[in-house]
Design a protein around this ligand. Sequence first.
Ligand SMILES: Nc1ncnc2c1ncn2[C@@H]1O[C@H](COP(=O)(O)OP(=O)(O)OP(=O)(O)O)[C@@H](O)[C@H]1O
Length: 578
Amino acid sequence: MIRKVFRLVPDEFAPLIPRLLAAIVLQALCQAIAYLLLVPVLEAVFDDDLRGAWLWALGMSAAVLGVVVFGYLQSVIGLRIGLGMQRGLQTRLGDQLNALPLGWFEGRDAGPLSRVVVEQVRETQGLIAYLLTKVLTGVIVPVVVAVGMLFIDWRIGVAMLAAAPVLYLVNQLANRAYTGADARLHAAAAEADSRVVEFAQAQPVLRAFGAVGAGNKALESALVRQRAAVRKMMIATVPGLIVFALFVQAVFLVLAYIAVVQVTGGSISAAAAIALIAVSSRFIEPVNQAAQLGAALRSAAAAADRITELLAEPTLPVATEPVTPGAPAVVFDAVSFGYRPGESVLTDLNFTVPAGTTTAIVGPSGAGKTTLLRLAARFYDVDSGVVSVGEHDVRDQPSDTLLDQLALVFQNVYLFNRSVADNIRIGKPGATDAELTRAAVAARVDEIVERLPDGFDTTVGEGGASLSGGERQRVSIARALLKDAPIVLLDEATSALDPHSEAVVVRGIHELTRGKTVLVVAHRLTTIAHADQILFLDGGRITERGTHAELLARDGRYAAFWNERERATGWRLEPATV
Ligand SMILES: Nc1ncnc2c1ncn2[C@@H]1O[C@H](COP(=O)(O)OP(=O)(O)OP(=O)(O)O)[C@@H](O)[C@H]1O
């Protein structure tokens, strides 16, 4: 278990591990010696041998000094390794998250990820910095005391050595019941957490459909299951803890009994017996302590597993050789791709988006339109073929070089819980206030901030929660405008907006795409009609391509799609130009 955590210690701190272990072992030895010296000290005191008592006490003081010095050393070294490990692991995890394909993050719950990076890293460093000492001391001290006891009183020594495996076994049995119950409790607690969040988030849907009772029912039964798991956990663990505590006390009684029997038999003095009983009580304490740490140890080992798994997630190969982007064109050359092996989503795509032109992708739902955009930004690597951006294969470009050429406006707009200005500035961190204002005005964010209490400095809430969908889109367009990248990848999703918001968003998009190379998943008929090239995607293949007029003249799938959309949206007032 502990080895798993050691494997996560950064290389530069690895040489400190033997020193840490040495300090812990020496501290435990000194502690055991101090306990053992209690016997001659007490014997000398009871025998009125004051000189002897002072001498033994001096030895004991030296041992206690050893405990303090080695204890200090192990804390300093443990903390150094622990903090170095925390820093090193968080850097490694940060690098790993940066190297993971962007697609890896899609649809992933952020909760477990943040638990790995924050809590579980802290748990593993805690094992090195604090737990390890307690666990090793809990094992070493009783063993050394028992072995030392063999020389002082072999009967008690043998009894102690015999008691150690028994205590170990009882502890294991007690913990086994705990582990199963603990896992069930965690699962039930996680389920209840999810239901509470779902219940809160789904309120509009639940109320709109008069299903609050149904939502409540799911939450209530999750809470009932959690309470049952807590009860079972207590029922499962309490007997184990009581039995273990009883065993510990029984061992102590046996040791005390042996000492008393020897006194009455005359083989040792009463003073020696008191000293032996005192040492026996000391023998028991670290055993108890180590047993209680079992759960924390297992939790740290599980945390190490989660960290190791995240570090082992396959990353995309990263190009390190710098490349200079050429003309801002996008080329798909015989590209095939599937999210899962054997399941093709895109098949043999061949097309070019020449620099400064607009290519619209249209097609039925599930045809692979969004997937195509994701490949252009290298969210995933293709299974075969080549995607080129700026005249270079996307796989040959350092990720900064690739992303510098792209402005991404996708459907799910994420805003950070910071000010509106900060959210726009992400597009170009060094942007001046004038540049920021220009982008904001072009995307009509100025109209939004006029209504906000602190204007541009208003914090937008988690994920931009205090803004409407259309307002969030406008901020994301301002962000892309500020970036001013030569290629725009756009997933046009204006259908959920009211006519005013849609008109404003469309104007912003128009500003954003002016003079740029644009690859757009198009929904609005005007965008489609004005594109330089239209690709009709069906079942992951380009089945028709050409300009709007050419495709209408062909009277194929595109023409049918267009006529249907025109009928469906005929009542809407479409802006005259894009
Ligand atoms: N992250 C993913 N993992 C696995 N499969 C996915 C993933 N994203 C999309 N798919 C699947 O790939 C196929 C194409 O999806 P995609 O989102 O590209 O289609 P689309 O044409 O953009 O659809 P829509 O117009 O409805 O957004 C679908 O069958 C979808 O279920």
